[in-house]
Design a protein around this ligand. Structure first.
Ligand SMILES: [Zn+2]
Length: 93
C-alpha cells in the first residue's frame, strides 16, 4: 500500500449536511462553528468530516479537535456538540 488510506476517508462538512439538516430541520453547513480548543472559526460545511468512523465526526480544520459527533443508533440519532457557537440540537418529540 503506497497511498495513505486516512486521507481518502476525510471529506468536508458538506458530507454531513444531510444528517445535520435531518437533526436540526435546517441547513447547517453555513453556521459558524468555533473550536472550543483553539478558537478557529469555520462554517460547519468547511470542517473536516470523518464519515467512516462510527457515525460522523466533524473536526476543527486547525487542530483536529472533535467539534460535532453524530451517531445513529437503533434508538435514534445522538448528537454531541463540543464546538462553540453551534446551536444544540432541538429536543426530539
Ligand atoms: Zn481547533
Amino acid at each position: 500500500m503506497s497511498e495513505p488510506l486516512d486521507d481518502e476517508l476525510v471529506l468536508d462538512g458538506n458530507a454531513a449536511a444531510g444528517a445535520l439538516s435531518e437533526i436540526y430541520g435546517d441547513e447547517m453547513t453555513t453556521v459558524l462553528a468555533e473550536c472550543a480548543s483553539c478558537g478557529q472559526v469555520d462554517p460547519i460545511g468547511g470542517l473536516l468530516a470523518y464519515v467512516h468512523a462510527p457515525g460522523i465526526v466533524l473536526r476543527c480544520t486547525a487542530c483536529a479537535t472533535v467539534m460535532i459527533r453524530i451517531v445513529h443508533t437503533p434508538r435514534g440519532t445522538l448528537v454531541d456538540v463540543k464546538g462553540k457557537r453551534i446551536p444544540p440540537p432541538p429536543p426530539r418529540t
